[in-house]
Design a protein around this ligand. Structure first.
Ligand code: DC
Length: 221
């Protein structure tokens, strides 16, 4: 079996990664892996165990017990933690408030990066993987790396719509807080890989972004 073609898509919250990654995967018949959902699922499982997410040593000690499984069908991505379907819970405010400190803990990253590499190896023809460190850590040899950006107002408007929240200002503040933690953490901070193609999605439609990436895949295959 040949190695799957990996499209790595990184960028800050609300840059359009999830819709873009799913759209690209559908168009190409590829799998889709949402690594943010994995960090969220681990966070949910730690909260359920009443682990203090501000205590990195406690998080590191507990993460080995958590089992998460990701389904990679772009039409119906799934995520479970300890056998429970958590696809709705991981989008809730409690998980959102705790996911950045949890994802900064090196032991959490080591465990999830291993699971992500297993999912990539098991993909058929290709897989679109979205996150913060896919191009820089998880799949450094991916033949196509994309770094999506958008200005804060556009990102907050999209995330507020996704979360069904009318308070765009609060969403913007929460996004900027998470970006700050995600970009400045010591282990695998959010960063653009040197060989990534940067796309600013502020003034583009979803279809335009998907078209651009699909064209790049065709060129590089
Ligand atoms: O993409 P998202 O908003 O679902 O990600 C949730 C959190 O997980 C985000 O605050 C950063 C973290 N994350 C990460 O550290 N590394 C990844 N590859 C994906 C997400």
């Amino acid at each position: 079996m040949s190695t799957p073609f990996v499209v790595a898509i990184d960028g800050p919250s609300g840059s359009g990664k999830s819709s873009t990654a799913r759209g690209v995967a559908r168009r190409l018949g590829f799998g889709y892996l949402d690594t943010g959902a994995m960090y969220r699922a681990v966070t949910w499982a730690l909260l359920r165990r009443e682990v203090d997410t501000g205590d990195a040593a406690a998080v590191a000690a507990a993460v080995g017990e958590v089992q998460t499984v990701s389904g990679t069908d772009p039409d119906a991505p799934t995520i479970t933690a300890d056998g429970v379907d958590v696809s709705v819970e991981i989008r809730g405010p409690e998980v959102v408030a705790h996911v950045s400190p949890v994802s900064a803990v090196p032991e959490v990253r080591t465990r999830l990066v291993e699971l992500q590499r297993q999912a990539i190896a098991a993909a058929g023809e290709g897989i679109v993987v979205e996150g913060r460190d896919i191009g820089t850590v998880v799949a450094t040899d991916a033949p196509l790396k994309i770094f999506l950006t958008a200005d804060t107002a556009a990102r907050a408007a999209r995330r507020a719509a996704e979360e069904g929240s009318g308070d765009t200002a609060a969403t913007a503040a929460s996004l900027e807080r998470r970006d700050q933690i995600d970009s400045t953490r010591t282990t695998s901070p959010l960063a653009k890989a040197d060989d990534a193609v940067e796309i600013d999605t502020t003034d583009l439609t979803l279809d335009e972004v998907v078209d651009e990436i699909v064209t790049l895949v065709w060129e590089r295959r």
